[in-house]
Design a protein around this ligand. Structure first.
Ligand SMILES: [Fe+2]
Ligand SMILES: [Fe+2]
Length: 215
């Protein structure tokens, strides 16, 4: 049984994504088609008519598409730089798939109701990353792509040890934090700080992001 209605994805969805996703054209055509198919399935099975309407997270006014393209650019750049500095190579094709697909399930985790964003029913039954990983398994992606997407969220029980997973983590964190800063939210960088003014007895701390801000 599939959690995704394959009949909903249209050529119009795929044509938009082909032009919108940075770097997808650098993949071999079979992989590029499957990346676009994955996104078209979660988009067409979501409540969002326009792809640009999907936010990175409830409470942050920053498009998911822009975030994914940010992560892809940063991740590829990190791979180039770190490969010259340390002996920890990452396969470019696998990494590009992971960067492009890490948040593929987000369109199905949020919905707009009465003008506000809230979690969908399936978001209360399936962790972010796991729903996407199930789709990627269905579409025949390599195991490293599936497992890294399944475990990439900041609240996942563990993270993988592959260099591709390591690079995704930092590309995702700096991109998410840039989105939070631009949107007036609190970046991960400044969460869990020591209580400010503790010496004088004050207990205020930076407010956390509302909703499911999990990278
Ligand atoms: Fe994520
Ligand atoms: Fe992300």
């Amino acid at each position: 049984m599939s959690l995704f209605d394959h009949s909903r994805a249209t050529r119009a969805h795929e044509a938009f994504l082909h032009h919108a996703l940075h770097g997808v054209e650098q993949l071999p055509s079979d992989l590029a088609s499957r990346v676009i198919r994955a996104w078209s399935l979660t988009w067409s099975n979501s409540s969002f008519a326009g792809f640009n309407e999907i936010p990175i997270s409830p409470g942050l006014d920053y498009p998911l598409l822009r975030h994914v393209n940010d992560v892809t650019r940063v991740g590829l750049s990190l791979r180039e730089t770190t490969a010259r500095m340390w002996d920890r190579p990452a396969d470019r094709e696998t990494l590009l798939c992971i960067l492009l697909l890490h948040d593929v399930d987000k369109p199905m985790l949020f919905e707009r109701a009465d003008g506000a964003l809230r979690g969908t029913p399936i978001s209360t039954r399936m962790p972010h990353g796991v729903l996407g990983a199930l789709l990627l398994a269905e579409l025949g992606f390599p195991e490293l792509v599936i497992s890294t997407v399944a475990t990439h969220a900041t609240d996942a029980p563990f993270h993988g040890s592959a260099q591709e997973a390591f690079l995704l983590h930092y590309a995702d964190m700096i991109s998410f934090d840039a989105a939070a800063l631009e949107s007036g939210g609190t970046p991960f960088f400044q969460r869990h700080q020591p209580l400010r003014g503790a010496v004088s007895g004050a207990t205020s701390r930076p407010p956390g992001l509302p909703g499911t801000a999990r990278g």
